[in-house]
Design a protein around this ligand. Structure first.
Ligand SMILES: Cc1ncc(COP(=O)(O)O)c(C=O)c1O
Length: 357
């Protein structure tokens, strides 16, 4: 057996033995009654987590599939992409690759999307949709979602697409109450499932928009998902293994309690924040800090690559040495998924050891 290095990177994160056991259950046909039962067994709990009475869809793709699909389903012509880090910045490029007129609302990495600035942009432009990454995983910024949603609600023709890839199930996100038109998440981050799968939900307004657009394609056609979900199925052959794993994870989440899960993430994140402060480091995010991961500014000028290497070699723990253009200037510690005060404290103690080596 290969050595197990436990992941504390901001996704993929550690997958529990219980989840793996569910993932490796014997296969069933995706048009069978057993599959429909499986989908039915998870759907109400997914609606609760999404804060929606709309259908929740299962996509056998990583999150980018749905992120690109949202553009193809909702944008007639022009989209405003809110950019504050590597993943949100990429959405501008993807919009243009899909042939859409895309405008950036760019803020410096480390800053959050300012609702007032968003309002000014929307007032001045004829936009079909806005894209927002709630928790920008590269910088550790968690954008002020409620305030941003309140702004977009003042523009009834503008649909709001929210990526909650690294925040979903760790903080409350009430899709219907907030007026979000597409809420999406991936499997390998806050949900602590293996990568390669995503979940999303779509508002009635967004379905109506999709019906107007002829070039939705097939694999990510929201109306195909809607039609199939009505009979507890997916448009194409899904990764059944992921759905078994998701069922098991939902059992865990609801046994712990959704509010208790949120509180656990806040507590473990506080432990990391305290560690950052007591060790003379600073935060890369200037405010609006994520509660699922921490992007630490390397103001002490340590050798981040060496730290990452030592932690892995000596303790079999893996952290991330910074993403994209802030590699080495930062490092990131995740407290997503199943992590507890005990496991996060262990990580921090091992970091102390590797820092002093
Ligand atoms: C916030 C956010 N959105 C989107 C993605 C893209 O996810 P994937 O590569 O699984 O499609 C990531 C990946 O790290 C992410 O952190």
């Amino acid at each position: 057996m290969t050595r197990h290095d436990k992941l504390f990177i901001p996704g993929p994160v550690e997958v529990s033995a219980k989840t793996w056991a569910a993932f490796s259950r014997p296969m069933i046909g995706h048009r069978s009654e057993a599959f429909r039962e499986l989908y039915r067994s998870i759907h109400p709990r997914l609606q609760t987590l999404f804060g929606t009475s709309q259908p929740v869809f299962l996509s056998t793709s990583s999150a980018w599939g749905v992120m690109e699909g949202a553009l193809r389903n909702l944008v007639r012509k022009r989209v405003l992409n809110c950019l504050c880090g590597a993943f949100s910045d990429k959405w501008l490029d993807v919009s243009r690759r899909c042939g859409k007129q895309a405008e950036p609302l760019q803020v410096a990495w480390g800053k959050h999307i300012d609702p007032e600035q968003l309002d000014e942009n929307l007032a001045g432009g004829d936009f079909d949709a806005v894209t927002l990454i709630h928790n920008e995983t590269s910088t550790g910024v968690m954008n002020p979602l409620a305030e941003i949603c309140a702004v977009v609600r003042n523009y009834p023709d503008v649909l709001l697409v929210v990526d909650s890839v690294s925040s979903f199930s760790a903080v409350p996100i009430e899709m219907d109450e907030l007026g979000i038109d597409v809420l999406l998440t991936g499997s390998q981050k806050a949900l602590a499932l293996p990568p390669g799968f995503s979940l999303f939900s779509v508002s009635e307004k967004a379905f109506a928009r999709a019906a107007e657009l002829p070039d939705r394609g097939y694999y990510f056609d929201f109306l195909e998902f809607k039609k199939n979900q009505a009979s507890d199925m997916t448009p194409t052959t899904p990764s059944v293994a992921h759905i078994y794993a998701l069922q098991s994870k939902l059992d865990d989440i609801f046994a712990e309690g959704v509010a208790a899960r949120h509180a656990r993430h806040t507590r473990t994140n506080t432990l990391v924040h305290d560690w950052v402060r007591t060790h003379g480091f600073e935060f890369f995010a200037e405010g609006y800090r994520s509660i699922t991961l921490t992007c630490v500014r390397n103001n002490r000028g340590i050798d981040v690559t060496a730290l990452v290497k030592r932690l892995r070699a000596d303790h079999h723990l893996v952290i991330d040495g910074g993403y994209g253009k802030i590699k080495g200037e930062t490092f990131r510690l995740s407290n997503m998924g199943d992590e507890t005060e005990e496991t996060v404290s262990h990580l921090l103690a091992c970091l102390d050891d590797s820092l002093s080596a």
